[in-house]
Write a protein that binds this ligand. Structure first.
Ligand SMILES: *Cc1c(COP(=O)(O)O)cnc(C)c1O
Length: 417
C-alpha cells in the first residue's frame, strides 16, 4: 500500500503541501482538515434515530477555539472538565445549556464557577455531592457513577471499573438519595465514562446496561449520559477497520426505546466523544534533521519531541507515519527505523522499529491521527515552543488558527523587574 494513501485519498492538504505549510508556518506544525472534522461530527450526531439525543464533544481532546466553533456549527454540545474549558467554550459560542461540566475533585470556587453560569454539573463522590448541596441548595445536579466495568487502550485511560478514581460506586445509592434530600437537590442526570478508545461496540453496549440499571433507581431524570471512548483506527496502514457505528447505533436505539418505554419518559440520551471527533482531522508535520546508526538501531531524529505529542511516550500509542520526500528524491526502499524527537530524554520516541520509506535529512514526516490529545497535551518542556496550528478549509486553502509560541511567551508569567 502507498505509504501516504491517507492524506492522498482525503486530499488532506487541499491546495497546499506539507513543504509549503512548513515554509510558511514553521516546523513542527499541527494541520487540521475541516472537511474531515465536519464529517466526524456528523457521524456522531447521526449515530442513532432516537429523537432526544445529543453528542457532547469532550473538548479536552482538542480545545482550539476555531475547531470548537466548527463543532458547534455542526450542532454538537460540549463537555468541560475545568473552568478553563468552560471559559473557552463560552468564548467559542456555546451557550451555558449546551455545556455539561463533568467535575472531579474540584474546589468550591470551581464548582461555583459553573453554578453561577447556569451550567449543569456532574459530581463524582459523596463529598462533592455534599459540597454542591452546600453551595447550591435546591439546585439541579448530575452524578457520575462508576459502572464497575472499564475499557480502553491503556491502563491509564480506563476510567470505569473497580480500581479507578472516577464515579460514585452504586453501592452508595442510599447515601446519594439522603444527601439529595438533605439539600433539596434535584438529580437531573446520571453519567458514566468507561474509558477511551474502544473498537468493539460490545463493551460500550454492555456498559449502557449498568448506567440504565442505576438510572431506574431515580425518578424523573432529564438525561442519561453514556460517556465517550469511541475509538478510531490508528493502524490504518495495516488495514485496521473502523468502529462499526451502524451496528452500535442500531443497538443503542433498541436499548433506548425499550428503556424509556419502561421508565415512562423520553429522557435525553448523551454521548461524550472526544477523540472520535478530532483525532483523524489532525496531522502533525515535522522535519528530519539527522539519521544515524546506534548499535544496530537506525535513529531518525526529528523536531517532534514529546512536548509536542506525548501520546507515544505516555501511553505507548501507535500513530501511522507518512513520509514526504525532500526535493525530487523518491524512496522506493523501506527500512526499519526508530523515529525520535529533540527532547533530552531517552523516552522521547515517536515510533519504535517502524518500517518506513527510507528517510534522510530534510525530509518531512507526518504523524497521522494527531488531532486528539496532541496539542491539548503539549507543553513547553525543555523550554521548547509549542507549534502553530493551521486549518485546511473546505475550499482547500490554509489559515493559521493559532500562532506558534515565541521566545517571549516563555517569559510571560515571570515578574521581571
Ligand atoms: C476523556 C473523556 C471523554 C472523551 O474520551 P475519548 O476517548 O476522547 O472519547 C469523555 N468523557 C469523559 C468524562 C472523559 O474524561
Amino acid at each position: 500500500m502507498n505509504n501516504n494513501y491517507f492524506t492522498e485519498n482525503t486530499n488532506f492538504y487541499g491546495s497546499t503541501s506539507p513543504k509549503e505549510l512548513l515554509m510558511e508556518y514553521g516546523s513542527p506544525l499541527y494541520v487540521y482538515n475541516e472537511k474531515i472534522l465536519r464529517q466526524r461530527c456528523r457521524e456522531m450526531a447521526d449515530l442513532v434515530t432516537y429523537p432526544n439525543f445529543k453528542a457532547n464533544f469532550s473538548i479536552k481532546a482538542n480545545s482550539n477555539i476555531e475547531l470548537l466553533k466548527i463543532v458547534h456549527s455542526e450542532g454538537l454540545y460540549a463537555d468541560a472538565m475545568s473552568p478553563g474549558e468552560i471559559y473557552v467554550l463560552l468564548k467559542a459560542g456555546f451557550k451555558p445549556e449546551e455545556i455539561f461540566y463533568v467535575s472531579n475533585n474540584v474546589s468550591e470556587e470551581e464548582m461555583k464557577f459553573a453554578i453561577e453560569r447556569g451550567i449543569i454539573t456532574s459530581v463524582d463522590s459523596l463529598s462533592q455531592l455534599r459540597q454542591f448541596g452546600r453551595l447550591n441548595p435546591g439546585g439541579k445536579v448530575a452524578i457520575r457513577f462508576n459502572p464497575g466495568i472499564g475499557a480502553g487502550h491503556h491502563e491509564k485511560v480506563v476510567t470505569g471499573g473497580k480500581k479507578t478514581k472516577f464515579g460514585i460506586n452504586p453501592e452508595y445509592i442510599d447515601e446519594v438519595k439522603s444527601i439529595l434530600k438533605e439539600y433539596s437537590l434535584k438529580l437531573v442526570g446520571v453519567n458514566q465514562h468507561i474509558g477511551s478508545l474502544f473498537m468493539e461496540p460490545e463493551s460500550y453496549i454492555e456498559s449502557t446496561k449498568y448506567i440504565l440499571g442505576i438510572a431506574e433507581q431515580f425518578e424523573d431524570l432529564d438525561f442519561i449520559d453514556f460517556g465517550g471512548g469511541f475509538g478510531i483506527p490508528y493502524r490504518k496502514q495495516e488495514g485496521q477497520q473502523r468502529l462499526d457505528l451502524a451496528y452500535l447505533g442500531e443497538k443503542l436505539d433498541d436499548i433506548m426505546d425499550k428503556w424509556t418505554d419502561k421508565y415512562g419518559k423520553k429522557v435525553f440520551f448523551k454521548t461524550e466523544p472526544g477523540r472520535y471527533i478530532v483525532a483523524e482531522c489532525g496531522v502533525l508535520l515535522g522535519t528530519v534533521y539527522s539519521v544515524k546508526q546506534n548499535n544496530g538501531i537506525c535513529f531518525v531524529g526529528t523536531d517532534i519531541g514529546f512536548n509536542v505529542l506525548i501520546r507515544p511516550a505516555m501511553y505507548d500509542s501507535h500513530h501511522d507515519i507518512e513520509v514526504y520526500k525532500n526535493a525530487s528524491a523518491t524512496a522506493k526502499e523501506y527500512k526499519t527505523v526508530t523515529v525520535v524527537g529533540n527532547i533530552c530524554e531517552s523516552g522521547d520516541i515517536i515510533a519504535k522499529d517502524r518500517l518506513l520509506p527510507q528517510l534522510e535529512e530534510g525530509d518531512i514526516i507526518g504523524v497521522m491521527d494527531a488531532g486528539a490529545y496532541g496539542y491539548s497535551m503539549s507543553s513547553n518542556y525543555n523550554n521548547r515552543l509549542r507549534p502553530a496550528e493551521v486549518l485546511i478549509k473546505e475550499n482547500g486553502t490554509a489559515v493559521l488558527i493559532r500562532r506558534r509560541d515565541t521566545l517571549e511567551d516563555l517569559l510571560r508569567n515571570y515578574e521581571i523587574k
